[in-house]
Design a protein around this ligand. Structure first.
Ligand SMILES: C[S@@+](CC[C@H](N)C(=O)[O-])C[C@H]1O[C@@H](n2cnc3c(N)ncnc32)[C@H](O)[C@@H]1O
Length: 159
C-alpha cells in the first residue's frame, strides 16, 4: 500500500520533527509512506471572503497537483467524520480489500482546506471538534495510521 500525506507548511519544531521521523521508521514495516510538503499561500490581511476563497483555491491547486488520479483521498477536516482508531484501521483494511493501493491524506495549513480539495476528497476525517496546529496534526495522523496497521496485523500496541 502506498500512503502519502500532502501537508501544507513546514515542521519547525524539533520535537515534532523527531516524532515524525520515529513514526515514519515504524511505518516502513507496513507500507510505503511519503510526506509531501506544500508551501503555504500567503494571504494578505483584510481580504474579502471571495478573495480569500481564490487564495485558498490556489493553494488547493498545488495540493491537488501532488495527488495521483487513482488515489483515495482522505482530507483532515474538523467538521468531517470522527472515527475510533479501530474504525480508521478497518477503513484502511477495507480499502485494501477493495483493491485500493494508494491513499492520500491531506492536511491543510493556517487557511484550512479549500473547496477544490474538499470536493476531490473521498472521505473527510475529523480528529475531534478541536483545532490542532498543522504540525501536531501531522504527528498525530502518523501515530494513528501506525496504530491502524498494528490493529490490522493483530499486533499488540500499548493501549
Ligand atoms: C490549524 S488547522 C486550520 C484551521 C483553519 N482555520 C480551519 O478552520 O480549517 C490546520 C489543518 O489541520 C487539520 N486539522 C486541525 N484540527 C483538526 C481536527 N480536529 N480534525 C481534522 N483535521 C484537523 C486540518 O487539515 C486543517 O486544515
Amino acid at each position: 500500500m502506498n500512503i502519502r500525506v500532502v501537508a501544507v507548511g513546514k515542521i519547525k519544531e524539533k520535537y515534532i520533527q523527531e516524532g515524525i521521523k520515529e513514526f515514519l521508521k515504524r511505518l516502513s514495516r507496513y507500507c510505503s509512506m511519503d510526506i509531501v510538503e506544500i508551501e503555504d499561500e500567503k494571504a494578505p490581511e483584510n481580504l474579502s471572503e471571495k478573495e480569500m476563497e481564490i487564495v485558498k483555491n490556489k493553494e488547493g491547486e498545488r495540493i491537488l497537483a501532488k495527488v495521483p488520479q487513482n488515489s483515495f483521498v482522505i482530507s483532515l477536516e474538523i467538521k468531517g467524520k470522527q472515527l475510533s482508531s479501530e474504525e480508521l484501521s478497518k477503513k484502511i483494511e477495507d480499502l485494501m480489500i477493495n483493491g485500493v493501493n494508494d491513499i492520500t491524506f491531506v492536511i491543510g495549513g493556517s487557511l484550512g482546506l479549500s473547496n477544490n480539495v474538499t470536493t476531490r476528497s473521498d472521505f473527510k476525517l475529523s480528529f475531534s471538534n478541536m483545532t490542532f496546529p498543522h504540525q501536531l496534526m501531522r504527528l498525530i495522523l502518523l501515530e494513528q495510521v501506525y496504530r491502524g496497521w498494528r490493529i490490522i496485523k493483530g499486533e499488540p500496541y500499548h493501549k
